[in-house]
Ligand binder design. Sequence first.
Ligand code: ATP
Ligand code: MG
Length: 192
Amino acid sequence: MINPSEAAVPTEHTDPERRRVKSVVVVNTGDGKGKSTAAFGMVVRGVARGWSVGLVQFLKSGKWQVGEEKVCRDRLGVDWFAIGEGFTWDSTDLTQDEAVAQAAWAHARALIEAGEHRLVVLDEITYPMTWGWIDTDEVVATIVGRPADVNVVCTGRDAPEALVTIADTVTEMRKVKHVYDTGVLAMKGIDY
Ligand code: ATP
Ligand code: MG
């Protein structure tokens, strides 16, 4: 059991046993609700500290995430890259979904390597990794080789082992219940 003094982690602690790091890699995975929501929470924290924040969505969302997309873009100034945006598809060897995922990854990679954002969120990136649409080794190498003060948050179910290995903080959201399983539709304001 955690005691109350441990639970209240001070923001600036002076524990000489602890070291400072310039950035971390966070993975939110598992089958329960909250992976993307937790990432958006970190976006708000970063913005609150005056950071530049970038977010790349790896799954086509349709109208799914317009809520947070609009707030993040228009009110918080987040550089939000919605998959498929401004995308022209001229490859013959790839399916359109693969090509779109690869374009999103190319954008995400450039964003990380440029080092102009203190926080880069790769929302739902685990799916194209699992499906082999983008190269897991390349994603992992890019994250490992990132500029020192770029924090990276990855979300999505079934995070590949290689990603979990290089991450600093990994949380598995476990579904205890989800209202969707009782036949309820996704709700505006709650789910998107
Ligand atoms: P959220 O965006 O709510 O944080 P998430 O990122 O953890 O959810 P995703 O797998 O990205 O989960 O799912 C996106 C949508 O599916 C959200 O509307 C979410 O409420 C819903 N969802 C999440 N987990 C489940 C689940 N176990 N069963 C059914 N629907 C789910
Ligand atoms: Mg999600």
